[in-house]
Write a protein that binds this ligand. Sequence first.
Ligand code: BMA
Length: 320
Amino acid sequence: MYYSSDVIRKLDAPVLTRHDIPYNAALIFNAGVAKYNGKYVMVFRNDYGDAEAERLDGTSIGFADSDDGIHWNVSPKTCFTLRDDEIGRAYDPRLTVIDGVCYMCFAVDTKHGIRGGMAKTTDFENFDILSISAPDNRNMVLFPEKIGGNYVRLERPMPVYSRGKDRFDIWLSESPDLEFWGRSRLVAGVEHVPFANDKIGPAAPPIKTEKGWLTTFHAVERDESRGKHGWEDSWKKMYYAGVMLLDLEDPSKVIGMSKEPLIVADREFEQKDGFRQDVIFPGGMVLEDNGEVKIYYGASDTVECMATANVDDLLKLCLE
Ligand code: BMA
């Protein structure tokens, strides 16, 4: 049984729930957050339907902004939806700002597999899609600057044939233009994470520190003895957040990672309520000038939460 690390300070309540949304919303979670033009900006996943009846009808992405990163103003309309004959939905958005442009990575469910998409925007109303990967890949996060002349992203392909069900790992690819991606290499395998027995994947986009790129990741522990933990008949997975440090010049090299989870579902509303209980999924990490790191995470696939930690404490966890 794990608890959140001592370095983590959680807010007492979620920063965003379905009750804050001016349109149909059942589950609000797995948001991407960045600082942009003097404000905090958030894109969040909204699974809409009827939460009371535990029914979901579809997924959209909504937008909110904030002056302090805690209190959010939600836009009156959703900002991004993909749906056609082939594509079912876009979800789990992540944000990275490079040179005044906001890049949004997202997952795309299609009839022919799960793909990873990337788009750019400056106003959160108009999005240009730059690339959508081959299946099966998702959980993409873009680094906030070029490294060695190329854009770089972390990603999580799903190699079912060769790795067996759900033995998924964290990878990295490079691109000269955000459209063509290559030079792919492994960053960390699920077997390298002591608190995962199922799969791992990227979480929030990395932040730059003197010691390396600091980034959270999600780590999944499967427990076959678990029964009903949420809306479904059974939910056997627990999602923890971990933190790791990647080399500044070659971020496919892991300098170190936390030996225990960084954030665990240990609040009543993270463990006992919601669609899928015991799920923590960071999507945004903001480093403030005073060394505070704001970590935004979806909890129970139901609400969006925030915790803070000091950057030096996070680095220490990776280097211990
Ligand atoms: C993953 C994704 C996430 C979700 C998690 C737990 O496979 O669908 O969006 O948070 O499962 O349900």
